[in-house]
Design a protein around this ligand. Sequence first.
Ligand SMILES: C[S@@+](CC[C@H](N)C(=O)[O-])C[C@H]1O[C@@H](n2cnc3c(N)ncnc32)[C@H](O)[C@@H]1O
Length: 210
Amino acid sequence: MGFYADHVFPYLMDWTMGTRRFRELRQQSLAAAKGSVLEIGFGTGLNLPHYPATVTDLTVIDPAVLLPKKVLTRLAATSIPIHVTHVNAERLPFENCLFDCVVSTWTLCTIPNAVAALREVRRVLKPDGAYLFLEHGRSDDAGVAAWQDRLNPLQQKLGCGCNLNRPIDALVRKAGLHVHHLERFVFSGVPRIVGEMYRGTATAARAESA
Ligand SMILES: C[S@@+](CC[C@H](N)C(=O)[O-])C[C@H]1O[C@@H](n2cnc3c(N)ncnc32)[C@H](O)[C@@H]1O
């Protein structure tokens, strides 16, 4: 992967995404997680302290092995049984309808084929399960979106594959998931091109109206 991707970016990511404001958002989004949970794009395990006691077991996947010592410490501090697998979200090695809940935080920006990954999320979710997402993406403001498009090639390099301009809710719907709840807000304290947040819940089945 290269020196920057292997030895610099993981520390930068862990540091910038572990601040108080990020922790608050993680806590709020994960409060609804319950039962058997799958997290895609686990990263350095920054979500681990925020899973509530309603989670019975946790499976986490990420193709990368990032800051392994730090991850081991975080895993050891968690009382929930955890299974870690290093695979791509585009092809999950799990049977259909297995999980009560699937979680992604700031990951759909980076997965090369986000729609393929979301189709997998849909496949592995139980019919009454929930997909909880907290992501950054494309702005609804045309001026901001234009800057996101302009700076996306640079961001892909600096952010090791991260895209600024993905329309997250449209991708979730394109994969056949049903969005039941969607909040859009701007994360203060970071440049707006990276601060356009999408927080929501989707399901595999169209049980309740969106
Ligand atoms: C910006 S980081 C976010 C990490 C973590 N979700 C968090 O909230 O701190 C994006 C993560 O997506 C992971 N990723 C990249 N390609 C992926 C893929 N094909 N499937 C699953 N995860 C992937 C990266 O390795 C990285 O850990």
